[in-house]
Ligand binder design. Structure first.
Ligand code: HEM
Length: 398
């Protein structure tokens, strides 16, 4: 097999990983990566079956991280109450408690607010005729939206974003000690801030998600303070690098396919399908958190031994020709939206409706408002942060 086994399988060519993803899927579709210390699945059918399979555990993955890095790290303490690292009943109960706040109906109700925030930001940026789409626009947007939903005061949002950057870094498929230390520092500062904010909301509730979590009761059991803190951190971290990357990666796909861009400009109703195609074509999350096999399991003819880790290369599954005809073609009219960019099964993204709304509004506003929008190619830089791929910098002129 020609795939370089000592390299991070989420990084085979940051700007264009797809030729290597195709190679891997063709030649070794259930691939043991010694770099990630995990099996990586690349076929859509294998990945979908695996993501639904209850014989794999997130809790066991976190236990493995504890054995490796020690028990007392703030970042692991946070993660032990996080949805992404829970299994079974406890996971579903917690997910249902906050799920209502992120339902498509609830998100539809905040669309006008998101639209107003996007328009106001573009009003500020328009006179200079250039911007860095990431730094100036897509980076602050998801943090502002989730801050608004949770009730985080505007003055505190910039420092929260910096902490979340540190936390996101420590969520890689591969975690180094330096990443974990940065994650720990950020997690400790973030936790202190959240506990203080929580105390204020307890004595003075308002119409926001944090107050709703304090009040939440289901099956007689409310959320503990640790769970609320952890959930709040998750909501920040999960939507942060991902949503800004979707805006960047999606915009670049459009700008590099002028026919598709023209099609969207003449028919803005295509925006929902267009964003699904952007998610399929170039997903922000390269791999869901690994899980540990709780028994021997066979996948695609390979034996996964009890105790081994497994994950999915989402970009590879999304371009599987057995699932999507002509998978390398970017086609905003494609109606098949069965991509894995929000994962599938019990850990399906809680914020999918919110992310869709933000990306649809942001991308449509950019292309409608600036007819001469173009990328400054020589200055754009891709970035990998943890399991997330996107841009460090995406300058445009208009
Ligand atoms: C384009 C933006 C986004 C993408 C591509 C994305 C992708 C994903 C993926 C692939 C997973 C599965 C992760 C895993 O299994 O380890 C996930 C889970 C999750 N996402 Fe998102 N996400 C996005 C935005 C958001 C937003 C805006 C929020 C909330 C504000 C959010 C909240 C969550 C949560 C809480 C989970 C854990 C769900 C669970 O384990 O049950 N995400 N997301």
């Amino acid at each position: 097999m020609t795939f370089p086994d000592d390299r991070d399988p989420t990084l085979p060519g940051v700007a264009d990983p797809y030729p290597l993803y195709h190679l891997l899927r063709r030649e070794d579709p259930v691939h043991w990566s010694s770099f990630a210390n995990a099996w990586m699945l690349t076929r859509h059918a294998d990945a979908t079956a695996y993501l639904q399979d209850r014989r794999f555990s997130r809790v066991a993955f976190l236990d493995a991280m504890r054995t490796k890095f020690g028990d007392n790290q703030p970042i692991l303490k946070f993660q032990s109450e996080e949805l992404a690292f829970l299994d079974g009943e406890k996971h579903m109960r917690l997910k249902n408690l906050v799920g209502k706040a992120f339902s498509p109906q609830r998100i539809a109700a905040i669309r006008p607010w998101i639209r107003a925030a996007v328009d106001a930001r573009l009003d500020e940026l328009a006179p200079s005729h250039r911007m860095d789409v990431i730094r100036d626009f897509a980076y602050p947007l998801p943090a502002n939206v989730i801050s608004q939903l949770l009730g985080v005061p505007e003055a505190d949002r910039a420092k929260l974003r910096a902490w979340v950057d540190g936390i996101v870094l420590s969520r890689g498929l591969v975690r180094t000690s330096e990443m974990m230390e940065e994650g720990d520092r950020s997690a400790a500062a973030f936790e202190k801030y959240l506990r203080e904010l929580l105390a204020k909301r307890r004595s003075n509730p308002s119409d926001d998600l944090m107050s709703a979590m304090i009040a939440a009761e289901e099956q007689g059991a409310s959320l503990s303070e640790d769970q609320i803190v952890s959930m709040t951190e998750t909501l920040f971290a999960a939507g942060h690098a991902t949503t800004r990357s979707l805006i960047g990666l999606g915009l670049i796909a459009l700008l590099r396919h002028p026919d598709e861009l023209a099609r969207l400009r003449s028919n803005p109703d295509l925006i929902a399908d267009a964003v699904e195609e952007m998610l399929r074509y170039d997903p922000p999350t390269q791999a869901p958190s690994p899980q540990v096999a709780m028994e021997d399991v066979e996948i695609g003819g390979k034996l996964i031994r009890k105790g081994q880790m497994v994950s999915v290369l989402i970009g590879a599954a999304n371009r599987d020709p057995a699932r999507f005809p002509d998978p390398d073609r970017f086609d905003i009219g494609r109606r098949d939206h069965d991509h894995l960019s929000f994962s599938q099964g019990p850990h399906y993204c809680l914020g999918a409706s919110l992310a869709r709304a933000e990306a649809q509004i942001a991308i449509l506003a950019l292309v409608e408002r600036f007819p001469r929008l173009r990328i400054v190619e020589r200055a754009m830089r891709y970035q990998i942060a943890g399991r997330f791929r996107g841009f460090e910098s995406l300058p445009v002129e208009f």
